[in-house]
Design a protein around this ligand. Structure first.
Ligand SMILES: [Zn+2]
Length: 97
């Protein structure tokens, strides 16, 4: 019997789902939690994948950072739990040209 609280994975677990919509590896991106202000790499977030989608929670305050739900051909992305997400675009230069 595991409690709900320890049934999470780290942010890398969401890489597969997020790579369907982001050209950049989001797990290496740095984001700020809108609730507590913590600035962490997305890979450090707590990811819950038991529901119909993916929920990422702040490792510091456990508030929701990001929700991703796939419905047929559409993906709903809710990122209101993050003040910002800082992506490293240097990764994109490999595939251009
Ligand atoms: Zn937080």
């Amino acid at each position: 019997m595991s409690s709900e609280n320890d049934d999470y994975l780290d942010g890398n677990a969401a890489a597969g789902e997020l790579s369907k919509i982001f050209a950049i590896d989001v797990t290496s991106a740095e984001g700020q939690c809108a609730h507590c202000g913590a600035i962490k790499r997305f890979a450090e977030a707590r990811v819950y994948m038991r529901g119909p989608g993916v929920v990422a929670r702040c490792a510091a305050c456990e508030q929701v950072l990001l929700r991703l739900v796939s419905v047929r051909q559409r993906v709903f992305l809710d990122v209101r739990g993050m003040t910002y997400l800082c992506l490293d675009t240097s990764q994109l230069q490999q595939s251009s040209g």
